[in-house]
Design a protein around this ligand. Sequence first.
Ligand code: 13P
Length: 292
Amino acid sequence: MPLVNMKPVLAEAKAQGYAVAAFNPVDYASMKAMVAAAEELNAPVIVQTSAKTIKYYGHRALVEWMREIAGESPVPVVLHLDHGKDLDMIKKCIEMGWTSVMIDASEHPFEKNLELTSKVVEWASAAGVGVEAEIGQIMGVEDDMVVDEKDSHYTDPEEAERFCRQLDLAAFAAAVGTAHGYYKGEPDVRFELIEEINKRTGVPMALHGGTGLSDEVIQRCIKLGCAKINISTNLKHVFIDSFVEYHKNNPKDYEPLRVLGAQFEALKALFKEKIAQFGGTNRAGEVLAKVA
Ligand code: 13P
């Protein structure tokens, strides 16, 4: 089926108390593995391209791959831009067929963030595209941008409420103690902050930094209103490790398609594990009824 807007997908997930898995693809096969995993579980899924992936392949290749992959699948698939910082890139995503975009203007003061996000919401809503926006700065490395612990700051719930009240958002990303990349120790996730932000905004929360969170943390976050959970680092490791491992176990096998096949299966297994853990199994039908 055609790619779907993220807004009704996340509204439905929040209403039903689960989260939609969002993965950052690195190539055509990883996109295909995401949709294959969702299909096997009859679940919705979000394929979210990082800015550097767009710079590497170009908008056209990515959107055409995703149109083809989603077009052949019966489950709802969102094509989302993760951490969009460049307005030209965001605009091009909207024009070319992404069904959701993130504007991350979180490094700016509140008023500037609001102004930039409002502009993107205006373009996106005219095109039937969902928007994710952020307040507060999430720790870690994303798209080669490093946010140190000292520079990161938790989201102010009062600001979050003012921000979300003025914007029609599909998802709200907040800095609540999770971080991009692997955690060094136990993350200090602020559950009371997640709860307060959700109560004040009512907007489905996007939980960044999903790699390495315990199941207990994940389930608490979902209960408190997180309806989208991002996984990138985990995927990158499985992508490389599965390739290397296949070669280690089969040093004489120089058939690339068999190596790629092993990599595809490893990625699909990861995606299925996450989709199921976040509660997405067998939710495709209800979501389709909302996006139709
Ligand atoms: P991880 O690095 O924890 O996988 O987080 C990914 C993410 O939040 C992308 O925006």
